[in-house]
Ligand binder design. Structure first.
Ligand SMILES: C[S@@+](CC[C@H](N)C(=O)[O-])C[C@H]1O[C@@H](n2cnc3c(N)ncnc32)[C@H](O)[C@@H]1O
Length: 375
């Protein structure tokens, strides 16, 4: 049966997420701010959860309706036949996003949806589901925009950027989904050398290794919300996992390196690499940026230096950005370098002409991802 789905993604990543979902088999793609709508069968829903490197959650919309205020919301949610998704012995949680001038507090919007569902259950069965916000049997998502709302079942549960391989993080780690998106924007396909000389807990080199080895990021998770749905097809899920495992490469086509001045974060990167099963494949070491030499004739550097929001002070950081430019220019001829920063003034300190500048959000912070071709 073909259903409609909606993948939520970070702002600015909609177009590359659409390309990814299409490559996984999604049909009739439609991008919107913050997500990509697509169609497909249940196997596709499972496959996108298992393999997407960019999506946060895959939602399955079950109703769209006019929704100006709480009364309308309650009435429309009660119209849905909840017994097909949820019996009173199973638990429930509701997440709300968006809003309008009368539904302007997501907590109360979620509460109203929960009330409508459990009141409908009480009328039908004389009893109701309990709420379990940490591990519900059914996770419902309500999205309000203007005077309309979309009600969906959330098939992912915990956001997919939490791959499960990274309990150890430094002070300002990139989300795994953003790291994967930067690799896509740099057109990294695993066939050239990769280096992050400011690697922190190793998110960029580790996501590069998963991509280069064709390792599905969902293989590290043992829980997805769809596993508790009444129609969960365990056999289909096992088949999709087996296919993903069979398609993994055993050796990296080109080397992947990460280094950082802070030995503590390097130890985190090493631990995360062990969790990913790539510790013998990706090399991490402890080094000052100014001591780095190009480990091969050509390759791709991607890094996100501190930009004064969470780490370091802007004035001191100017020196780091100047050094980055000098190291690129003097030691990495033949390479392409990419820098993600949320501070335009600091980016200028690199002192090299960028060949591309892509606007990207790191959480809520507007950033720029700049490309430098090093001749
Ligand atoms: C924003 S963090 C990178 C986070 C990383 N992408 C992650 O996901 O964990 C910047 C890193 O640059 C490192 N760093 C700052 N100055 C450095 C220098 N001069 N040489 C080497 N590393 C440096 C810091 O130790 C920090 O780990």
């Amino acid at each position: 049966m073909v259903c409609e789905y909606f993948a939520t993604v970070a702002r600015g990543l909609e177009a590359i997420a659409a390309t990814e979902i299409e490559s996984l088999g999604g049909k009739n793609l439609r991008t919107e701010v913050g997500g990509v709508g697509f169609e497909g069968d249940r196997a596709l829903l499972y496959r996108v959860n298992l393999r997407s490197r960019l999506a946060f959650r895959i939602l399955m919309p079950i109703a769209e309706f006019p929704c100006r205020d709480r009364a309308m919301l309650y009435q429309e949610v009660q119209r849905i036949d909840w017994s097909q998704y949820l019996t009173p012995d199973r638990t429930l949680a509701v997440n709300a996003t968006g809003g309008n001038d009368r539904l302007n507090h997501t907590h109360y919007t979620a509460l109203e949806v929960k009330n409508a569902i459990v009141d409908a259950q009480r009328e039908e069965f004389g009893k109701r589901s309990s709420v379990d916000i940490t591990d519900p049997d059914l996770l419902v998502n309500i999205y309000v925009r203007g005077d309309r709302a979309v009600l969906s079942l959330d098939s992912s549960g915990t956001s997919l950027h939490r791959r499960g391989y990274r309990p150890a993080v430094g002070l300002a780690p990139l989300k795994e989904t953003l790291a994967a998106a930067l690799l896509d924007m740099a057109d990294y396909r695993g066939d050239v050398a990769f280096l992050d000389p400011l690697c922190g807990s190793g998110t960029l080199p580790l996501e590069a290794s998963l991509k280069a080895l064709n390792i599905a990021p969902g293989l590290f998770r043992d829980r997805f919300a769809f596993m508790k749905w009444t129609d969960f097809d365990r056999e289909l899920w096992q088949q999709l996992k087996q296919t993903a495992l069979a398609e993994q490469k055993t050796a990296l086509p080109a080397p992947i390196w990460g280094s950082d001045r802070d030995p503590k974060v390097v130890s985190h990167a090493l631990e995360n690499a062990r969790n990913c099963g790539v510790s013998g494949k990706v090399r991490f070491w402890h080094s000052e940026l100014e001591d780095i030499e190009a480990p091969s004739d050509r390759g791709i550097i991607i890094c996100n230096p501190p930009y004064g929001e969470r780490l370091g002070k802007v004035r001191e950081l100017g020196e780091l950005y100047r050094k980055l430019g000098d190291v690129f220019k003097q030691r990495f001829k033949g390479w392409k370098a990419y820098v993600l920063t949320g501070n335009k003034k600091l980016a200028k300190q690199i002192g090299l002409r960028s060949s591309r500048r892509i606007p990207v959000y790191n959480g809520a912070l507007p950033c720029v991802f700049s490309e430098y071709e090093l001749y």
